[in-house]
Design a protein around this ligand. Structure first.
Ligand code: PXL
Length: 274
């Protein structure tokens, strides 16, 4: 069985972060391990999110624990400080297999989780080690230093700049922000640009979609899917998860990570004596 490590923040409400990653890995039939870098909590009366960081030494001990055995792929999520990004980059320096970097900068409806010096560390320390990076439209604008991206052409420019930082594949999640007829995700491999159109889904219950998308790509790669097939499957996996999104509390609605496989129907109680 494949083993995949996520190095990410914990989302205490369970939609994004390493909770999304582990649930998604499980859906792919893959064994998930986790290194916690930080914890995102939500105030129950206001819905305001806050981030707390873990001590670098404790993060290092978790990574060392995970690498006590073989790991088939690594995904990174929220790495909130420059020190933590340096530590993760150093720990992955001799890692030979695929690294997926989800360059988490902000959450929906919250202040940014990370600041300019961390963005620089992602650009120069982490992206050169990555096989795939999966910024959303806003993160792609920040990483490419182009600012707000408002068209498919600008997405292509951003993808080229991000690719030049050393990552092999750039996948920009267009999402609903472009206000076009459909959502467009863009894949650039250094030669070809491929847009993946998919339907816009009218819902606010999509917290965790970005993490789930990157986790699904990581899992598919660990299962030896070719890149294009991994992206395609991840798009369908997340589309199903968003269609089954639900309100977890009065402030936020989460994707359902198990939607693609109808996981809610698994092991249902059947009373055979009736
Ligand atoms: O969706 C971005 C994200 C990533 N990582 C953690 C989060 C969130 C959003 O809330 O909590 C830990």
């Amino acid at each position: 069985m494949e083993k995949v490590l996520t190095i990410a923040g914990s989302d205490a409400t369970g939609g994004g972060g390493l909770e999304a990653d582990l649930k998604t890995f499980q859906e792919f039939g893959i064994f998930g391990l986790a290194t916690v870098t930080s914890i995102v909590t939500m105030a129950p009366k206001t819905g305001k999110h806050s981030v707390s960081f873990l001590e670098p030494a404790l993060i290092q001990q978790q990574i060392d624990s995970a690498f006590a055995g073989p790991i088939d792929a690594v995904k990174t999520g929220l790495l909130p400080t420059k020190d933590i990004i340096e530590l993760v980059s150093c720990s992955l320096q001799h890692y030979q297999k695929k690294i997926v970097v989800d360059p988490v900068i902000g959450g929906k409806g919250t202040d940014d989780f990370i600041h300019a010096e961390s963005v620089e560390a992602i650009r120069h320390l982490l992206l050169p080690q990555a096989f795939i990076t999966t910024p959303n439209l806003r993160e792609a604008g920040i990483l490419s230093q182009l600012g707000e991206l408002t068209s498919k052409n600008e997405m292509k420019k951003a993808a080229e700049i991000i690719h030049s930082l050393g990552v092999k594949h750039v996948v920009i999640k267009g999402g609903t922000r472009l206000s076009l007829d459909q959502a467009y995700d863009l894949h650039y491999d250094g030669v070809n640009f491929t847009f993946y159109p998919h339907p816009l889904i009218d819902t606010d219950y999509n917290h965790g979609a970005g993490c789930t998308f990157a986790a699904a790509i990581t899992a598919a790669l660990a299962k030896n899917y070719p890149v294009v097939e991994a992206i395609d499957l991840a798009i369908r996996f997340v589309e199903a998860a968003i269609r089954s999104g639900f309100a977890i509390n009065p402030f936020v609605g989460h994707v359902w990570h198990g939607a693609y496989t109808h996981a809610e129907k698994r092991l249902e109680f059947k009373n055979y004596e009736q």
